[in-house]
Ligand binder design. Sequence first.
Ligand code: ADP
Length: 755
Amino acid sequence: MSAVQGEAFAGLDAAALLAALPDPVALLRPDGTVTLNAAAHERIARVSPGGDWNALFDDASVQAVRGAAQQALAGQSAQVTARLLDTVAPALVTAAPAGGGALLHLHAARDPLEVALELMDSLRLGMAVQAPDGRILHANRAAEAILGLSQDQLRGRASVDPRWQAIHPDGSPFPGEQHPAMQALATGEPQHHVPMGIFHPHSESWRWLDVSAIPRLAPGRTQPKQVTAVFTDVTELRAAQSALGRSEQRFRSLVQATAQVVWTARPDGAFMPPQPDWEAFTGQTPEQYSPDGWVLALHPEDRAHAQAAWQRATREHTGYRTEYRVRRADGQYVAMEARGVPVRGEQGEILEWVGTNTDVTELHAARQSLLDANAALEARVQARTAELAEVTRFSTLLLTAAGEGIFGLDAAGVTTFANPAAARMLGYSVEHMIGQKQHALVHHHHEDGRPYLLAECPIHQTLVDGVARRRERDVMWHASGRAVPVGYVVTPTHTAGGEVSGAVVMVQDITEREQARAQLHEMIENLERSNQDLEQFAYVASHDLQEPLRTIGSYTELLARRYAGQLDDRAGQYLQFTQAAVERMRSLIQDLLTFARTGRQDAPPVPVALNDLMQATAANLQGSLQGGGTLSWDTPHRVLGQGSLLTQLLTNLVGNGLKFHAPGEAPRVHVSSAQAGAFVHLQVRDHGIGIAPDHHARVFEIFQRLHHRDTFAGNGMGLAICRKIAEHHGGRIWVESVPGQGSTFHVLLPGGPTP
Ligand code: ADP
């Protein structure tokens, strides 16, 4: 502290001075006590709560500061540069002797760059410090806002980066190499106020910048070591300037284009020379226009009202304003608006009239085009209205024509519209339904007579939650009090804001559907019953037939035995025929009985191994097999069913395979099984005579045979029984066969659990 300053502040309280200083200051007394000012307290508190003065500095600086303090205590000022812990910028500590103690003053220098960036920010100037290769090292906040990029996006991006989109004012591209920063780097010369258009990614618009770039030369070097680009957004300025330019131009052209005639007249209305504008415009000479010949320059139709208006104005001393057509010097009539005002003297007396005539052709044209536009608009509105009416008519037609009943409901469930089909279905008039609560009118009770609570009504629920619903079966109540079976779909409607505004209900009268279903049901029941009756009949008939047949058989045999040798040859032959017929009849009845019985006993299905069934089948067919046939099988599966029936099925199929072998060839049958989903697929394959495709279905009918009994024995019941057994098990049977090559019978049976 210099002596001069010391004297100037001599009268002041040292503590007050200390407190007022904005920089941190410490007063060291020889006894070692330290007084800190508020700025110092605050600064220390930021670094270490409850810390002391030394907490501000790094270890090396603490030593240096102490040294300076010692020096000051010894009576000598000293200055050291110290590193602070809370900022990167170094601080200057001045230690000065003061009142036997030492005053330590900390002057924290700020990074000049930081200061500059901040300053630029406050001026809304973008600033970017760029490396020699054009990469951005620092950018301030204003730069972020102007360029629409974040710090992170800006930092490291070079001027030549292809992502910049820059243009010259004429719209041509502004390549990165031409950027003022790059120019400044290349030339070492500052670049000033370069206009540049930049695409702003946030607003997705072009912004206009004014860019300057100042190279920073390293001392003693010509090559710049950095460049600072400073730029400002001049988009608005440019827009304002060009708008101004435009309106000014418009104004000028308007003024030039408007034929303005300025005139004066005497207080009594006489139109006296000189009237240079009037003369120039109309070509009238002073003799022609004065004192009231000017009306002759007007269109004959306009003269009377123009003159009358002028006379009234001059008589009543009011403003003059009228419109008329004036014949220009070239003979063309021009629509003009004439205005005139009296100029008064100090006593209020009229000194003269001053007026203008303005060409209003353009105004009229503008008015006309406005009128035309208006008319066009009106026509369009009319067309649109007609279109709308058409659409409305069409949808009304649709609603009317629809076979389904259609209701519109508002959010409260009140019917807003109903089509004729709906009205017909429920016996009301459309007018009666509209305005009524739909639920209370037609949906009040369930079919069984319980009241239909609103809370359980699907239509009401849709009004509440806006979810579409479908009901296959419900009832609505006809005006006559009967229930109409219905199916319906409820679709919510929404306001523009997305709230449920109501619903549309499409209702279908399902009376006929219900009736058809009931009829079908009845038919099935009848069929089942008659099937049962038939089976019963077949069973009883075949059972009862056996008795008389047995009698015939016994007596025929008795006859044959009793009269053996006494009857002539022919009688003996007749007896033989009778016995054969009885035998055949018995076998037919047997088969019929088996067929009728099949599936009558309802034993629960059990898992059975196909191998066991095949064993039993082979045993049943032992006779045929001993005659030279071969039967093989590969059936590792189990099926669900009744063993006895399934053995019969296999015996019939294998038996047929052995029976219908080609003449002169030994019969061969192979049975195999495979899993087919939940089913077991059985195949019984032979190499016999085969079946023509026409007969593939027929062979499964009862008493159907393809050969004469003399060729192959049989009643034609075997496959019919097979089919009945397969179907009884919930399975299926069919045949594939090529005549002359053999047949394969396929059977699907429900699979049993694997062993
Ligand atoms: P049948 O008791 O006469 O054998 P089926 O109902 O078992 O009666 O068979 C009906 C007819 O289907 C047989 O008469 C025969 O013509 C034909 N058929 C059945 N199985 C075979 C087969 N494996 N090969 C050729 N034809 C067959």
